[in-house]
Write a protein of this length. Structure first.
Lengths: 97, 97
DNA sequence: ACGATAGGCAAGTAGCTGCTTGCCCATCAA
DNA sequence: TTGATGGGCAAGCAGCTACTTGCCTATCGT
């Protein structure tokens, strides 16, 4: 549905945030590449299916776009939905006394 | 603790997002003022304790600062923790083909 | 054709989350 | 002082979420 709530929910998970970091660093990675990245760089040992579900959440939120190429699936970061956050509230506001 | 995860978790709730909206529109509101705002403007009928817990989550994340004044407690929005989000990922990125 | 690789689907489970409920304390007005 | 107002604390419950497990489909190399 790619609503606003989906974006916030997708960001509320450290594994998903690390996946976004990895895709920003290098786009077009496959599921297995992202899995090994999480293991080697961040020490978390999750199942392939867990990561696949995380990527599904990110894709539903519009933060990740994919493309099937043969038997692999490539993933790219997409930052446009983040604008809904950055434009909603000011980042510097201090009315408090 | 005011960690990064707390900020993302605080934002992953529509009621809390509406509370931030209300505090951006007018700072220094009390708990009851925020409760009536949620009811009249957005139609959600939550308990006072529910809203209090939401404000507690926002305060732990550093997105809301408070000050006790007599028997009332005033709340202000604080956008500085949002910088951790806006600076982490680019908002316009399109490597995908 | 055969096996191996890359990924998907669905059900089940443990833990967290939002909400309610009930009771409590502090402050202000009469 | 008494009552009313504004808010806090803690336990309990229902629903969601992340994760695992098991099985399945499709593509590539040989």
């Amino acid at each position: 549905m790619r609503s606003v709530a989906d974006v916030f929910r997708a960001l509320d998970d450290e594994t998903r945030r690390l996946l976004l970091d990895g895709l920003v660093a290098r786009g077009g990675q496959t599921l297995f590449e992202l899995c090994t990245m999480l293991v080697t760089r961040h020490g978390l040992s999750s199942t392939r299916q867990a990561i696949s579900q995380h990527l599904g959440v990110l894709e539903e939120a519009g933060l990740v776009v994919t493309e099937r190429r043969g038997r692999t699936k490539l993933h790219w970061f997409r930052g446009e939905p983040l604008a809904a956050i950055t434009e909603r509230w000011p980042t510097d506001r201090e009315d408090a006394p």
